[in-house]
Ligand binder design. Sequence first.
Ligand code: ADP
Ligand code: MG
Length: 274
Amino acid sequence: MKPQETKSTLLLKHHLKALKLPTMHSECEKVAARCARENVDHLGFLLQLCELERIDREKRASERRLKDAKFPNTKTLESFDFAAQPSINKLLVTELMRGAYLTQRESIILIGNAGTGKTHLATALGVEACGQGKRVRFWRVTELITHLIEAREERQLLRLKNQLAKLDLLILDELGYVPASKLGAELLFDIISTAYERTSLIVTTNLPFENWTEVLGSERLTGATLDRLTHRCHILEASGESYRLADARRRQTPKTSHNRAKQIGESTRKSKGV
Ligand code: ADP
Ligand code: MG
C-alpha cells in the first residue's frame, strides 16, 4: 500500500469515527477490496457500506430496546406450547404479535391462575414489540408501586411519569398478588389514566374483574381503572392448570412407565428362570 493511501485511510477512519459510523469504520477496507475485485463502482461501494451500517445500527437499537425493557427473561412465542394451554386464543395471540394494537394504542389483559403462561406471553409480546422498534418497559406491579412511592418521596415522581409517558408499551405484571396501599393504588391509577389512549398496556392478573376492589381498595378507583383499561382492549383468558404442575406430572409419567417396564421385565425373567 502506498504511504499516501495509508494516510487517507487513516484520515477516513478518523472522520468515520467522529461521524459515529462504527460499522463503516471497521468494514471500509474489506468492502473496498471486495468492490475492487468485483469491479463495483464508487457509488456501489458507498451503497454497500451504508447498508451494512444501517443493518448494524438497527440491530444495536433493537438490543438496546430489549435491555431497556428489563424483561425478567426473554421468552418468545416459539417456546410457548399452545397445546398445553388450549384455553388461550392462539389466533388472537398470533394477530397481536403483528403489533397493530400498538399503533391503535389498544391494551391487552391476560387473566388466569398462577403458572398458566401469562408472564411468558406478556414477555413474548413485549420482545416482539421491541423488534418492531417500540419502546417497552416491563414492571411487576408491586415493584412499580414501590418505585412510584419512593419517587414521590424524593420529589422525582414527575420525572418517572415523564419516562413512562415516552413508552409505546407498558407491561404491568402480576396485578392482584398483593393488595396495594391507598397511596399505591392511587399512584397506579394515575399511571393507567395517563397511559389511556396514549400508551398500550399489557396487564397480567390472577384476579377476575369483580375482585379487583380487593387490590385497589376503593370501588370508585376500581371502577375508574377498569373503565379505562377495558376500553379498547383485548382479553386473553387462560383457564387451564399451571404449566409447571402439568410439566412436573409429565416428567413423572415416563419414570413410572419406565419402572413398570422394569418390573415387567423382571417378572418375565423370573418366570423364565433367568
Ligand atoms: P404465570 O405468569 O401465568 O404465573 P408464567 O408465564 O410465569 O405463568 O409460566 C410459568 C413457567 O411455565 C414459565 O417458565 C413459562 O415459560 C412456562 N410456561 C407456562 N405456560 C407455558 C406454555 N403453554 N408453554 C411453554 N411454557 C409455558
Ligand atoms: Mg406471572
